[in-house]
Design a binder for this molecule. Structure first.
Ligand code: PGA
Length: 262
């Protein structure tokens, strides 16, 4: 039996001072209950302060991205060993926003090449995280136009195949996969719970086909406009082991309600 996992992705929000206030407020309302793992992923500059505040709680520290090389002339990048020493235990990989696939575009289209994650970079990042004992949370999902052209399964299959290329089953016991339909991210258009369950089941089948019984501990999450009004229904679908929460994780009361609903 897999325990539930609820992850808050703060994206590019909250300075270190604001991060401290958010995490303190969240911990006042809800500490993680036994049987549920909770992770918060603040921006890099807030990792230190959030780590200190999480000490003694059962909430884990996560990061939003990583660069795969151990060190070197890679201006602006952060390695897995740096994250590990900063107390990071989970890390998102291949989020649609790092892939340049936005549910709601808030940057000029000409800047999209800046968001250029590929299947290959996702794979390199997962390998580097596993090597440093950080648990990867791989994000996969289709855009609205891919869904309309019945490509949901083929897009997700290609993302899973690329992400896990050359990685063996037992190593991946610590990983999770988040089904995040791009059209549901930051748009308020949550995926219908039964459809999210169906796609999560597709991901589970793929994992079983690729890794056999080693796939059993890998959790499949749902993400995309999760709120306290829909989280209970989503998280209790048989194929869904928890959620990846963006906007709603910035409100401590709301995020506590979402965690409680798991
Ligand atoms: P959202 O974001 O909850 O704001 O839709 C989810 C995510 O991007 O992980």
């Amino acid at each position: 039996m897999r325990s539930k996992l609820v992850v808050g992705n703060w994206k590019m929000n909250k300075t270190p001072t604001e991060s401290a206030a958010l995490v303190q407020a969240f911990l006042r309302h809800a500490d993680a209950k036994a049987g549920i793992e909770v992770v918060v992923c603040p921006p890099y500059p807030s990792l230190g302060v959030v780590r200190e505040l999480l000490k003694g709680s059962r909430v884990f520290l996560g990061a939003q991205d990583v660069f795969w090389e151990p060190s070197g002339a890679f201006t602006g990048k952060v390695s897995a060993s740096m994250l590990r020493e900063s107390g990071v235990e989970f890390c998102l990989v291949g989020h649609s926003e790092t892939r340049g696939r936005f549910g709601k575009l808030e940057v000029p289209p000409t800047t999209l090449p800046f968001f250029s994650e590929t299947e290959e970079t996702v794979n390199l990042k997962i390998r580097s995280l596993l090597f440093h004992s950080i648990r990867p949370i791989l994000c996969v999902g289709e855009t609205a136009s891919e869904r309309e052209s019945d490509a949901t399964e083929s897009v997700i299959e290609a993302q899973l195949t690329g992400a896990f290329r050359g990685i063996e089953g037992p190593e991946l016991a610590v990983a999770s996969v988040a089904y995040e339909p791009v059209w549901a991210i930051g748009t308020g258009n949550t995926c219908d719970a039964s459809e999210a369950n169906r796609v999560a089941g597709f991901i589970r089948n793929w994992l079983q086909g690729r890794f056999g019984s080693d796939a059993e501990p890998i959790r499949v999450l749902y993400g995309g406009s999760v709120k306290s009004t829909n989280s209970e229904e989503l998280f209790h679908q048989p194929e869904i082991d928890g959620g990846l929460v963006g906007g709603a994780s910035l409100d401590p009361m709301e995020f506590s309600r979402i965690v409680m609903s798991a």
